[in-house]
Design a protein around this ligand. Structure first.
Ligand code: AMP
Length: 218
């Protein structure tokens, strides 16, 4: 199973990709998570990426292509993987094709998750996460048992700095300008499937599993 999850920030692609990853036991590669981890560990890559991420802009292509190249080389990815948040530009998509060609592999499906724009803003502004275990909550839709505290480790939940309103707007404009063209790019190549991301997490997951089965992917 080799999948790409495409969609604007806040459509729930990370949540859906994570569920598919554990269901089918394939690694989920989230370039955003890897970059945030690099920032926490204060690596050179993290320091370089932070300035872009804080402004809601994309990190340079060569940085994220390097991350994905290294990840795909890990033995865990030999039988499949789920890419979440990569590619985000046509250039990244071309580099991914080159990488896969060199491994004699190809993508099975690109899942384009979408929800209405006002819903996206509501989801992002209420999103909270645990800085320790990275568990994700939403103040209205999936609140923790104790307000502001992680159910798993009890730590105080945080809002991602790029989930603040002005940055959310910048990220959505970046998505429209640089990432949305990928929908057409993959549709033309016969790889794209649209997934309605509205409704409860379980409902969306059910639709997704059905869609993958219809395409013989799962
Ligand atoms: P995400 O967690 O996927 O929403 O990503 C958070 C931020 O990380 C984005 O707003 C970008 O600044 C950066 N980022 C993640 N993936 C990529 C990518 N494929 N290309 C460029 N920047 C990325």
């Amino acid at each position: 199973m080799r999948l790409v999850f495409l969609g604007a920030p806040g459509v729930g692609k990370g949540t859906q990709a994570e569920l598919i990853a554990s269901r089918f036991r394939h690694p989920r590669i989230s370039t955003g998570d890897i970059l945030r981890e690099a920032i926490r560990s204060k690596t050179a890559m993290g320091l370089q990426a932070k300035a872009y991420m804080d402004r809601g802009q994309l990190v340079p292509d060569e940085v994220v292509v390097g991350i994905v190249k290294d990840k795909l080389a890990e033995p865990a990815c030999a039988d499949g993987f789920l890419l979440d948040g990569f590619p985000r530009t046509v250039h990244q998509a071309e580099r991914l094709t080159d990488l896969l060609n060199s491994r004699k592999e190809r993508l099975d499906r690109v899942v384009n998750v979408s929800v209405p724009r006002d819903e996206v803003v509501r989801r992002l502004s209420g999103r909270r996460s645990c800085p320790t275990c990275q568990a994700v909550y939403h103040v209205d839709f999936s609140p923790p048992q104790r307000a502001g505290r992680c159910d798993r480790c009890g730590n105080e939940l945080m809002q991602r700095s790029d989930d603040q309103r002005e940055t959310v707007e910048a990220r959505l404009s970046v998505y429209d300008a640089q990432t949305a063209p990928l929908v057409q790019y993959y549709r033309e190549r016969g790889l794209l499937s649209d997934l309605d991301g509205s409704g409860r997490v379980e409902e969306v997951q059910e639709r997704l599993v059905k869609l993958l089965a219809e395409h013989g992917v799962a």
